[in-house]
Design a protein around this ligand. Structure first.
Ligand code: BGC
Length: 541
């Protein structure tokens, strides 16, 4: 594969707690991942992205890092990681890891040192400005109106230091002061460390949450009437995150990666208007490889208009205005599922038509221009599990119950063998239960069924691998009309592919011609039955 292996690649996301438990403690681990990497390779994926496995008190299940350079004992040892990467490379899989740079755990030694002065004890000390500290206002309240994603103010009082510290997620996740060049240097050392371990790429968690307004100005009110389940939703986060200086740090990340021989770098960009940020973080040759957002991960329905709107942000043309004017366009990534949002079929598909919908959805993902992500179990058509309040583990879900669905239901264990205890995930007691419904969709059950979604997924990914036009070709003539979505993909060699999807339950007459490469639910170029989908080579009379 070329240096740009990630362009148009299929990347399979592994949530380590829930993939496979090799030591019987009920929690998945690195050795478990290594055992079943053959499953990922059998899908035809180009690589894996593994959610954090670093030393952590696990308050946010690993997204609260206490040591960026070591493995949490729950997940194994550095030797287990070395074995994982060796096995992945033997199988031809790239390995991407998940670096959380907007915040650390409050148990990180950096935070202990940063909070250890002040309140009249010392004038100056190491790491004083490594986190975002601020005095109380005259009346003792937090420095400004910023709110945290998981609910409540983005500031917590620290008695040791006699100041407030900022956190955009849990109070156990203090915000790093990424404006500080020393903090940047330390984070770049982390990048170098893992490149030295042989990783092929990074997902940068919540990257747009890094870098606040140093003047600590209030966020403005959000004028949109949208859903408001948390105080966070009442504001536009124009001051608390994504300071323009972030692009400078992104360029330092890229330079560090390039100096070590290159690797893939993909930003996670949350928020309501992510496309301009995705474009800014990836424009030109000196920033990140790609970025992905929640365009298809929020609660809204999947409609042709929505897909067309997201794709339209990536025309292939340089920016025509703003600070990146003239820079070559970056590269998008897309995901329909991840560990933070309910399973796509539970969000989008009518209950009675899930099997058909799953095929249509998989073929659509496979036809998109960009790099695509598949979350573990998506290839099985897993449904969102219903976790009762008493059994919830996710701190966000517990804090916001019953306003949000929470993230536990998408993090339940991967089912491997339908008849085994806990569907073969663990010999112990799993940290979250395996539901009978998802156990029945286990890998082994679908291996035995030639018509299963698992086999269909392999066909989709194989088609994408076989056709550079699908991976990297241009996107043209996007049409969204009612339930119909259609577009063309045009390869560098002039190959033209015709892609059409019926996102609804009524037959659509297309009247097109072409040679079918892969179709779902009885679709032909002439007609798309309910949830019909196809990719066809164009033929010209
Ligand atoms: C991750 C979440 C995590 C949050 C805070 C994200 O966007 O995907 O799982 O809770 O960042 O690190």
């Amino acid at each position: 594969m070329s240096a740009a292996w990630w362009r148009g690649a299929t990347i399979y996301q592994i949530y380590p707690r829930s993939f496979l438990d090799a030591d019987g403690d009920g929690i998945g681990d690195l050795a478990g991942i290594t055992q079943r990497l053959d499953h990922v390779a059998s899908l035809g994926a180009d690589g894996v992205w593994i959610s954090p496995f670093f030393t952590s008190p696990m308050v946010d299940f690993g997204y609260d890092v206490a040591d960026y350079r070591d493995i949490d004992p729950i997940f194994g040892t550095m030797a287990d990681f070395d074995a994982l990467i060796a096995r992945a490379h033997d199988l031809g899989l790239k390995v991407m890891i998940d670096l959380v740079f907007a915040h650390t755990s409050d148990k990180h030694p950096w935070f202990a040192e940063s909070r250890a002065g002040g309140a009249g004890t010392r004038e100056d000390w190491a790491l004083k400005d490594w986190y975002v500290w601020a005095d109380a206002r005259a009346d003792g309240t937090p420095p400004n109106n910023w709110q945290s994603v998981f609910g409540g103010p983005a500031w917590t009082w620290d008695a040791r230091r006699g100041q407030y510290y900022m956190h955009q997620f849990l109070k156990e996740q203090p915000q790093l002061n990424v404006h500080n060049p020393e903090v940047q240097d330390a984070l770049l050392d982390v990048v170098r460390f893992w490149l030295g371990k042989g990783v092929d790429g990074f997902r940068f968690d919540a990257l747009n949450h890094a870098m606040h307004d140093p003047a600590l100005r209030d966020n403005p009110v959000n004028p949109e009437p949208g859903p408001r389940t948390r105080p966070f939703d009442f504001q536009l986060r124009t001051q608390s995150q994504n300071h323009p200086a972030l692009v400078g740090f992104i360029e330092r990340i890229r330079a560090t990666i390039d100096a070590a021989g290159g690797a893939c770098s993909i930003a996670e960009v949350g928020g309501a208007n992510p496309m301009p940020l995705m474009r800014a973080y990836t424009a030109g040759d000196a920033r990140l490889s790609s970025a992905y957002c929640f365009a298809f991960l929020d609660p809204g329905a999947l409609t042709p208009a929505r897909v067309a709107e997201a794709l339209a942000a990536w025309t292939g043309a340089p920016a025509t205005h703003g600070p990146d004017k003239g820079l070559p366009e970056g590269w998008p990534s897309w995901a329909f599922e991840n560990h933070d949002v309910p399973r796509s079929l539970s969000r989008w598909a009518p209950e009675a038509h899930r099997a058909a919908y799953a095929r249509m959805e998989m073929l659509l993902l496979g036809a998109l221009r960009g790099t695509i992500f598949l979350y573990q179990g998506q290839e099985l058509g897993l449904a969102q599990d219903d976790i009762p309040f008493e059994a919830l583990r996710d701190p966000e879900a517990i804090a916001n119950w019953p306003q949000t669905l929470g993230r536990d239901g998408v993090r339940t264990p991967m089912p491997w063998t339908p008849s085994a205890a806990h569907a073969g995930f663990t010999t112990g007691t799993p940290w979250l239960p395996v539901s009978p419904g998802n156990a029945a969709r286990a890998v082994a059950a679908q291996e035995d069924d030639a018509d299963s979604l698992l086999h269909f997924t392999r066909r989709v990914i194989a088609l994408r691998r076989a056709h550079p036009t699908l991976r990297t070709g241009d996107l043209r003539d996007v049409i969204a009309e009612g339930d119909l979505l259609r577009f063309r993909r045009i390869g560098a060699d002039g190959t033209a592919l015709f892609c059409a999807f019926n996102l609804g339950g009524e037959t659509i007459a297309l009247g097109a011609t072409g040679t079918i490469l892969l179709a779902a639910n009885g679709a032909t170029p002439a007609t798309l039955p309910p949830y019909g989908a196809l990719i066809a080579a164009e033929t010209h009379a």
